[in-house]
Ligand binder design. Structure first.
Ligand code: GRG
Length: 299
């Protein structure tokens, strides 16, 4: 089996575990308000790759944490990621009709329900993180909550990056601003996935620093790959509308650097990510493979 095929199988197996836990952690459609829970589940179970939860689990396992101690936090990160996609697709933001290969949440349930489904996914994530479903030492639990709240927040993080992205639409964006948007909007949550796996596993300061660097590099590489795919893929391949970045005159790597330089930068980031893992004193093969897999389709 080729490396990407092997990784696809690995991701699919892990995604099944994550899905089973998500199913337990989010209220059922028969629980009132049923329509809201249906909207949350519609987006949550629409077939996302589960990259962030898998990163959290793979990092924790590399440092010998138990999988069941990692899964609740992994699911919470996926809930936050899904909320961000639901809100990003709204008419007031990216105004998209297609996500994960099917109509976006607001297309299926209406705008009001999509806004509330996003809010509810974010809230449920922190409920899970703060509950005793997370069977870890309370000091580590608080660190995980703080890490995720920071990554989902405003300063160099998800919401802040989204604001910068919107404010720079249609403008001549310089390299520093582009990098800030990518590191914040996409990179922060990916880095937090890795770092939270490390916190739950009780990583040393040295391991935290190396893994933080790994997460930061693959986070940026992932967004450059996404920018490249937006230019080079079809809507069937992407599960969302391609060419939207260009149409909205968004700040992207290919727009500023062209495809070839973007690919070089992305590959360099993955090399640096893998280098960061050396000396970790842990079994890092899966993390190396994930880093390569992230850019495989856009290389
Ligand atoms: C609304 C606060 C707020 C933030 C929105 C996530 C986001 C920020 C915008 C979505 C558009 C976009 C290009 C985001 C970059 C991150 C990205 C590539 C998301 C898609 O992640 P995947 O590929 O998706 O992991 P799946 O569906 O597999 O989970």
């Amino acid at each position: 089996m080729s490396q990407p095929e092997h990784m696809k199988t690995y991701l699919a197996r892990r995604a099944e575990e994550v899905n089973a836990w998500l199913d337990r952690l989010v209220p059922s459609e028969s629980t009132e308000p049923g329509n809201l829970h249906r909207a949350m589940r519609y987006s949550l179970f629409a077939g996302g790759k589960r990259l962030r939860p898998v990163l959290l689990i793979a990092t924790g396992e590399a440092l010998l944490a138990r999988t069941e101690d990692l899964l609740p936090a992994a699911c919470a990160i996926e809930m936050i990621h899904t909320y961000s996609l639901v809100h990003d697709d709204l008419p007031a933001m990216d105004d998209d009709d297609l996500r994960r290969g099917r109509p976006t949440c607001h297309r299926a349930f209406g705008e009001a329900m999509a806004i509330l489904a996003g809010d509810a996914l974010l809230t449920q994530a922190f409920r899970v993180l703060a509950s005793d479903t997370l069977p870890i030492d309370p000091a580590r639990q608080v660190r995980v909550i703080r890490e995720i709240a920071t990554a989902a927040g405003t300063v160099g993080a998800l919401i802040g990056g989204q604001v910068a992205d919107i404010e720079n639409e249609g403008k001549q964006t310089d390299e520093a601003t582009l990098e800030y948007i990518h590191r914040s909007k996409t990179g922060a949550m990916i880095r937090a996935s890795v770092v939270c796996g490390a916190i739950i596993a009780g990583a040393s300061d040295d391991q935290m620093a190396r893994l933080g660097r790994y997460g930061e590099r693959i986070g940026l590489a992932f967004q450059i790959a996404d920018d490249i795919l937006d230019v080079t893929s079809t809507s069937e391949q992407l599960g969302k509308t391609p060419g939207k970045d260009q149409a909205a005159r968004k700040a992207t790597y290919p727009a500023i650097h062209g495809l070839e330089r973007s690919r070089l930068r992305m590959r360099k980031l993955v090399e640096e990510a893998i280098e960061s893992l050396s000396g970790l004193k842990a079994q890092t093969v899966v993390l190396e493979e994930i880093a390569r897999f992230i850019i495989a389709r856009s290389s």
